[in-house]
Design a protein around this ligand. Structure first.
Ligand SMILES: Cc1ncc(COP(=O)(O)O)c(C=O)c1O
Length: 400
């Protein structure tokens, strides 16, 4: 039903349509997102917050209205919606902005994306939290780890980009808060698929990327509790971040500008506002019902293929996302992804998905293939993938 809204899905390669199963890496843009960015460039074009002429005033109004739409979408105050390039920048801003030292412990699950691991490694002492790969974290176990690790920060992803596991984020944040630990939620993989309510989560910090939720590249959001954001040392300073400057010193301005140095990605913000409006219009109930069907079908197809070893959430809710390998196969994940693309226009990701510690732990150091579906995918497409994989399995698996 949603396919027609996505111009890219009209594209044909070798005369055949595209089956796009790489939305966890980046999602496609619906027409309103493309139109919004085009409209801004074609009719306003000016920079924000810097001028008094008509176009500059319109620019600021449109940009701030985008911030307000996004704030409503995640139930945050507009001043607590900080535009960043994406989740990686958001996490780096928090990690550096907290001014930690190597004596500070940061509890990080072993299942994390590198963007929620490396920033902490640089500035603090990372304490790995052993968590199941295919199930949500156990709150009592986390509470125990929070106490024993004497962590100052607990940073976790709301949903996994390797297994599609969705975490009970509110309960995890509460466990941290009850122990005076700062909570940081990487919502890169959850914001596209489920409602984010910053107030209900009561997290200190949360961040996500626009390009994974139908928006443009190079725009994302850092949000959280106002007092927590207020205390962050800006990763960058410069134009727009100050109230007063003299030759020796400067005084930082209030949120959100104090954390948004330099000219922002205005086209990105406008496009992201259009993306959240599009998601709002569909509604979470419809989107989640559709994705739950896709997830069930994906599990059914992959689990029915001989020698496929699948990594996929066993707990619910979960994403319509799974990683897999053919065990004992002559075909490496990258080769399989190439063949799926060349022969069937099926676009899947292969590799280690920026989550090497997790892939090592589950014995997939050579990487895997990842299928990630979104609202524009259909059950038929998953059926097609299943039959193609069954055929590959028959032809390329070494028997014995
Ligand atoms: C769980 C998770 N965290 C963080 C990121 C980083 O997002 P970005 O590259 O948009 O900054 C990703 C992207 O793949 C992700 O899946």
């Amino acid at each position: 039903v949603f396919r027609d809204d996505f111009p890219l899905l009209q594209r044909r390669i070798d005369g055949r349509q595209i089956v796009y199963f790489d939305s966890a890496a980046t999602s496609l843009n619906p027409r309103p997102v493309l139109d919004a960015a085009y409209q801004y460039a074609a009719t306003i074009g000016a920079n924000v917050h810097r001028g008094r002429h008509t176009l500059a005033a319109e620019a600021s109004a449109v940009f701030e209205s985008a911030r307000q739409s996004i704030a409503r979408f995640i139930c945050a105050e507009p001043e607590c919606v900080i535009f960043v390039r994406g989740a990686t920048e958001g996490l780096n801003q928090v990690a550096t902005g907290l001014e930690l030292s190597k004596d500070d412990n940061v509890l990080v699950p072993v299942t994390e994306h590198h963007s929620n691991l490396l920033p902490w490694m640089r500035v603090a002492n990372v304490v790995p939290l052993a968590t199941p790969a295919e199930a949500a974290m156990d709150i009592a176990h986390v509470a125990d780890a929070l106490e024993h690790s004497e962590a100052r920060v607990f940073a976790f992803s709301h949903a996994s980009n390797v297994t599609g596991v969705v975490q009970p984020a509110a309960a995890l944040c509460r466990a941290a808060r009850d122990r005076g630990v700062i909570s940081v939620v990487d919502a890169s993989q959850s914001a596209p698929h489920l409602p984010i309510d910053v107030r209900a989560l009561e997290c200190d910090f949360i961040t996500f990327s626009g390009h994974k939720m139908l928006g443009p590249f190079g725009i994302g959001v850092l949000s959280g509790r106002r007092e927590a954001l207020d205390k962050l040392r800006p990763m960058m300073v410069g134009g727009g971040t100050v109230d007063h400057v003299d030759q020796e010193s400067f005084i930082l301005t209030a949120l959100p500008a104090r954390l948004e140095a330099g000219t922002p990605n205005i086209l990105g913000a406008v496009g992201l506002a259009a993306a959240v409006a599009y998601l709002d219009q569909i509604g979470w109930d419809e989107l989640q019902a559709h994705e739950a069907c896709l997830a069930d079908r994906l599990r059914g197809e992959l689990s029915g293929i001989p020698r496929v070893r699948m990594l996929m959430a066993r707990s619910k809710p979960c994403l319509a996302l799974a990683s897999f390998v053919f065990e004992g196969a002559a075909l490496k994940p990258g080769e399989l992804a190439t063949m799926l693309s060349l022969h069937h226009n099926i676009m899947v990701r292969s590799g280690r998905f920026c989550a090497e510690p997790l892939l090592h732990r589950v014995g997939l150091s050579e990487g895997a293939v990842r299928v990630s579906a979104y609202l524009y995918n259909t059950e038929d497409e998953i059926g097609l993938l299943g039959s193609v994989l069954r055929d590959f399995g028959r032809r390329f698996t070494i028997r014995g």
